[in-house]
Design a protein around this ligand. Sequence first.
Ligand SMILES: [Zn+2]
Length: 74
Amino acid sequence: MQPEFEDRTLICGECRERFVFTSEAQSAYLERGLPLKPRLCPDCYTAYRKLLRVVRDFSRDVSRTGQHWQGRLI
Ligand SMILES: [Zn+2]
């Protein structure tokens, strides 16, 4: 039996804003095997993804130029 989803209001772990975790999003999470407990609101999640990309690009540039950056906080 398929569980029924209801829209849930969660609080973002980053900006502390409330956001709605919709029933559609919950079933999409379940299909992908993700935990039904997003920590970030959509805005922060987008920003987080962007940051990951920046860090990845940066590490790639560094490995190409051979610069040493270990131990430095990004
Ligand atoms: Zn947020």
